[in-house]
Design a protein. Structure first.
Length: 118
């Protein structure tokens, strides 16, 4: 689970409007890679690259207390080597994908992000 201290206030404000999914996508893509469970979702690399996150909102629903959304996250990773001059490890960017669940508290906009095994 990731996301302590996350607050999706723009998404909460857009709740029920046609702009909701766009607001949610934007707030999700603005997060630092350390605020998402990307390392746990990796299948090819060892380090997620900053600024490579693209989100796709798959579905949303509401409970009494929260807005719940499922999102696909596309991002890039690398396999970190020692960065020595003679290190044979190539620094190739690799495409990664994982799915997360976001729970946005309706009263505070505090948000938790949880990796969904695919």
């Amino acid at each position: 689970m990731a996301g302590p201290g996350l607050c999706f206030s723009h998404s909460l404000a857009a709740r029920g409007s046609p702009d909701f999914k766009a607001a949610l996508k934007h707030e999700l893509e603005q997060l630092d890679v350390s605020q998402l469970p990307l390392v746990q979702g990796m299948t090819q690399g060892s380090v997620p690259l900053e600024g490579s996150v693209e989100a796709m909102i798959l579905n949303t629903c509401e409970t009494d207390d929260a807005i719940r959304a499922r999102a696909g996250i596309f991002y890039k990773s690398i396999t970190a080597g020692c960065a020595c001059a003679d290190d044979p490890t190539p620094v190739d960017e690799r495409n990664e994908y994982c799915e997360v669940q976001l729970d946005i508290d309706k009263s505070t906009a505090k948000t938790t992000v949880t990796l969904i095994p695919v």
